[in-house]
Ligand binder design. Structure first.
Ligand code: MET
Ligand SMILES: [Zn+2]
Length: 767
């Protein structure tokens, strides 16, 4: 075998499938030697965010929004071409979410949204809700901090392909002289991520509709081929999680069917976020031409199945900001090359999960900077690796022995059992039944954001900024008193972000200025970079908590972010086991809990919204993960005395998967997302027995909609069916930071009113 085979010029005859089905014998188009699975789309300066928000406010038109999209796509393609990438992906742009785009592409728009208006209105009604129309559910994309919109599929969903978007984007790029590879979410992943429509009969699963949805995929593939698309990428990340034999058999059947579609483009099935495991040979037996494997998360065993295929080898991580070590990547690529017909160098997943360009960061320590690569640097890396691979004749990669696990540090001195704590807290706090509270943040005003930027730019003295933060805290405290909430918060006005704020005050972290990563819709976060040992040089939140408490007689909660979440939402050093890094952070938070308690703060909330998203995608490894994650949380919180009430907050609706772990956190009160899943969380039998305080969210803060009093009351009545009144808390799904004051005031007023009505109804007659 010649070892300098260059993949750029590779042209071969399309193979026949094992079964010998006759497949068109057209030559397989060449696949680029270097590629990426996707690219960020929010804009290097978050141009899409601004365009979306101004469109939603009614300040700009749909046409202006579309024009911004076109400009961003063009700029991205030109940038990729300038970086040396050939045949870039397309249809990786989205106005809100790629899963929602796929639902639209396949005609899976639930009937009730169709009356929202024109195409944009219908689309954004599904994403964000509209008058009288709650949005579709939103949840996290695999183990990332990106949120997708959950499609709703019923037995009658009429799948009718509407390929306008991928076709339109393909044409746009072609007009620039670029033949792109349209990217679609594959049928297996699409259906597995969807949920059954509310009116679907019991036992119905969206996956039952696979044969029907494939018809729509065939139409899309035909339409793209007619435009001149040579390759289409079908993303199937769902195949890196555990799949049943039936699901794998359906995968084989689906790709056999798409693979034998006459006149189709060449098919590249991409997998990412882990190892394909048993799905790899299944895919490899189908007629698809190319298969993508994640070699950052996944291993090299089983690659022999790639014989005869084009292997798209993900060796440049799309999930972190570290440079790729060519001494590791080249042997990995050589290992793939031993088996596959052709090898393309790729990112391990879409670059959606990393910031655009390291060159925009001018303030980083040069020693750290040298170790970093953002999206554009990673594009340059795949191009360079492909060039080096062509001439590489070193040995292929061999997996090293698995590292030996060290024992977890102890949880720290234990608190008394819950009944003892609960009694001490009840005597101390004297709260009514169904206590009302919020999750921590209040809307962030433009003035405060601007003030923070001015401090960073050196144009506003810190003392003046602190003064404004104090004024904002006072305003938020007065508002909560006026609204009649029982447990108040300071509103987190001093925090740009719940993770970044702590990162800025802990040693071992660096923060970026422009390193935005899309979280959902127009929302972005700037994940800090955890590069060294974590230490807390001084108390972080104590002065603000103390100030807030000084303003009111009601209890004020102290707010901290938990160790798992701080690590999950950062880019983390990869030279230590993740667990050890989390324990370092837990020790820093433990010190903060102690200091808050010493300052007289009676309730401390330690948020762990990322607990579930960090969970391994395959069952194997989950128990071990949950054990150390829970141990880290307890290490952070167990220094508190019995009288101090510890709250935690987890904002996702499918907490049912980790109820044991939530129980293991041993927090006195747990608030959890529930509004958008129509209270589904409380349908869980395990929750009936949840032994401590629980606050299922009654206000979907991801939507601009204001819930009315009756709706909140109904949700609370449903909750009271399973949770006794002395343990039921009344709160929104999550923090209020992303909402406006008018929305928040109206919603909280309705929540307090509903809680009061129920409280009155609970009171025994004459009591
Ligand atoms: C994503 S969870 C957010 C919790 C945080 N305390 C807030 O209210 O913003
Ligand atoms: Zn939350």
């Amino acid at each position: 075998m010649p070892k300098d085979r260059s993949t750029t010029t590779a042209v071969s005859i399309r193979r026949r499938s094992d079964e010998g089905d006759s497949v068109s014998a057209a030559p397989e188009p060449s696949f680029p030697a270097a590629t990426i699975l996707g690219y960020p789309r929010i804009g290097p300066r978050r141009e899409l965010k601004r365009a979306l928000e101004s469109y939603w406010e009614g300040a700009t038109t749909a046409e202006e929004l579309r024009a911004t999209g076109r400009r961003l796509r063009e700029a991205s393609w030109r940038r990729l071409a300038a970086l040396g990438l050939e045949g870039p992906p397309s249809n990786t742009f989205s106005l809100y979410d790629q899963v929602l785009d796929t639902a639209v592409l396949l005609g899976a728009v639930p009937e009730r949204y169709r009356r929202a208006g024109g195409p944009e209105e219908v689309y954004f009604a599904m994403a964000r809700g509209a008058d009288g129309l709650a949005p579709l559910r939103m949840t996290k994309w695999f183990d990332t901090n990106y949120h997708y919109i959950v499609p709703e599929i019923g037995p009658d969903t009429a799948f009718v392909a509407d390929p306008a978007k991928p076709v339109g984007e393909f044409r746009e790029a072609l007009a620039l002289g670029l033949r792109t590879r349209p990217v679609l979410i594959g049928p297996i992943t699409f259906l597995l991520l969807a949920e059954a429509a509310p009116d679907a009969p019991a036992g119905f699963a969206p996956f039952d509709r696979l044969a029907d949805v494939l018809g729509a995929y065939e139409d899309v593939l035909r339409a793209l081929a007619a435009e001149g698309a040579e390759w289409v990428q079908l993303d199937e990340p769902a195949l890196v999680a555990d799949r049943t034999p039936e699901e794998l058999a359906a995968t084989a059947a689906a790709y056999d069917r798409l693979g034998t579609l006459p006149g189709r483009p060449a098919l590249f099935v991409a997998s990412y976020f882990g190892d394909l495991g048993p799905a790899l040979p299944v895919l490899a037996r189908t007629p698809v031409e190319a298969i993508g494997v994640d070699l950052v998360r996944g291993g090299v065993s089983g690659l022999a199945a790639l014989a005869g295929k084009t292997a798209v080898a993900g060796v440049v991580s799309g999930r972190d900001v570290w440079r790729t070590d060519p001494e590791r990547a080249l042997p990995l690529l050589a290992a793939v090359r031993k088996h596959a017909a052709r090898v393309a160098v790729s990112t391990s997943c879409s670059l959606l999960h990393v910031p655009y360009d390291l060159d925009a960061e001018t303030g980083l320590d040069p020693a750290l900077r040298e170790r970093l690569a953002f999206a554009d640097q990673k594009v340059a890396e795949v191009v360079e690796l492909a060039r080096r691979l062509a001439g590489y004749d070193g040995p292929p990669y061999q997996a090293p022995p698995a590292p030996v696990e060290t024992a977890a540090p102890p949880a720290g001195a234990g608190r008394s059992p819950y009944p003892v704590r609960a009694a001490a807290q009840a005597a101390h706090l004297r709260l009514p039944p169904l206590p009302t509270t919020t999750i921590g943040s209040f809307p962030q005003t433009e003035e405060l954001r601007a003030a923070r930027a001015a401090v960073a730019a050196g144009t506003l003295p810190v003392e003046e900024y602190d003064e404004r933060v104090r004024a904002e805290i006072e305003r938020v405290i007065r508002l909560q008193e006026r609204l009649g909430l029982d447990v108040l918060v300071h509103g987190e006005p001093e925090r740009n972000d719940m993770v970044q704020y702590f990162a800025e005050h802990l040693d071992g972290f660096a923060v970026t200025r422009h390193g935005w990563v899309q979280s959902y819709g127009s929302r972005c976060t700037r994940p800090p970079i955890l590069y060294g040992d974590v230490r807390r040089p001084a108390p972080i939140t104590v002065r603000w908590a103390r100030y807030a408490a000084s303003l009111t007689d009601r209890p004020v909660k102290g707010m901290l972010t938990g160790p798992v979440t701080i690590v999950a939402w950062s880019f983390v050093r990869d030279d230590l086991p993740l667990r050890d890094v989390v324990f370092q952070v837990a020790d820093a938070i433990r010190e903060e809990v102690r200091d808050l308690e010493a300052a007289g703060v009676p309730i401390i909330q330690v948020d762990e919204p990322a607990l579930r998203e960090m969970m391994p995608l395959r069952r194997e490894g989950r128990d071990a993960y949950l054990a150390w994650a829970v141990a880290a949380y307890r290490r952070a919180t167990s220094g508190a005395g019995d009288r101090t009430q510890i709250h935690t907050h987890l904002c996702y609706s499918d907490a049912d998967q980790i109820l044991d772990a939530i129980d293991g956190l041993d927090a006195d009160v747990t608030s959890i997302e529930s509004a958008r899943s129509h209270g589904r969380i409380l349908g869980e039998p395990a929750l009936r027995d949840f032994p401590r305080g629980i606050g299922p969210g009654v206000y979907d803060i991801h939507s601009p909609r204001v819930p009315d009093e009756a709706e909140v009351e109904k949700a609370l009545r449903a909750a009271l069916e399973v949770v006794p009144p002395d343990r039921l808390w009344v709160n929104p799904d999550c923090g209020l930071k992303t909402r406006t004051y008018p929305q928040v005031e109206a919603s909280l007023a309705n929540i307090v009113a509903a809680a009061r009505r129920l409280r009155a109804a609970l009171r025994p007659a004459g009591g």
